[in-house]
Design a binder for this molecule. Sequence first.
Ligand code: AMP
Length: 355
Amino acid sequence: MSAPAALAPGSTIGILGGGQLGRMTAMAAARLGYRCVVFAPEAHAIAADVAADWVQAAYDDAAALAGFARQVDVVTYEFENVPEAAVAECLRLKPVRPGVLPIRIAQHRLREKAFFRTLGIDTADYQPITDAAEIAAATALPGILKTCTEGYDGKGQVRVADRTALAAAWQTLGRRECILEALVDFACETSVIVARGLDGATRCFPIGRNDHRGGILRTTTVPSGLPAATQAAAERYGVALAEGLDLVGLVALELFVTRDGRVLANEMAPRPHNSGHWTIDACATSQFEQLVRAICGLPLGPVDVLTPSRMENLIGDEANDWPRYLADPAARLHLYGKAETRPGRKMGHVTFLRS
Ligand code: AMP
């Protein structure tokens, strides 16, 4: 069978999801001459503000999904909690890139960790927690108890020191299917973002150093200052994951670097990632352009770092400081146009370029 044809500029990309990742993807797509159509259920989708068209409907509205898919040449998604059935509905009519398997895996933490292990990607010790017997036998302690589904940015997680605390935490999380992960005493966190093209070619962005507070990414610094061996290990894992998922598009793999130099996978996201926002201002190709290139069958772009940088998220009312960033010649300000400011909500980011 011959390889699918490239989608030339002028083609239309469908994006499932209406948030900032979709917004920045649509902006990168427009720069290359593509149109985007956004599918999102919310009343105001910030991705739709910068797209050619918008289908506002629920993810279980099969007719709306089919209408959306008919309007576009390829479908992608900007967050991994899009229901699998919605993605499958689009796939009946158009190619979906990165695909269905990446979200099936990414939506379930136990499935995800097991998948990493089958690919030879190292993780912290972990075990399922679904009943009292598993709590009584738990050994991955001290640890973090996480719900298998629907957790993000530190939500649905409780740190536990021992089995008593574990039993209480499981109650707090509603006795849902959970994973207990051993607490990693890491030196730092990083992530590798890998693009894989229609021809199977892969390219990894240089890794940065990620700092989290309260489970939310606060800053990414590039270069990371980590040894070359860490970049190599991150790339090895990232490429193994992209190939293991047989994806076309992007996948980000969040990693812990332990004090003795080991690299352990935490979780993955088959989409652009917050830790790659620096690439818009400080890399030869942005992660959003790379996604467009990959899913449209274009050659992947170069990933050279143009200048050292530090990306800072603007969370909640931190975005009100925008005049200060505009006045700073080293700052590149990105605001997402969200109508409502809420504590913990990502409102924008700023990339500081360092000479
Ligand atoms: P997650 O929602 O799994 O991405 O976790 C959010 C953040 O919590 C991570 O970026 C880490 O800072 C912290 N964290 C999660 N799992 C662990 C772990 N097993 N050991 C230490 N810190 C963790």
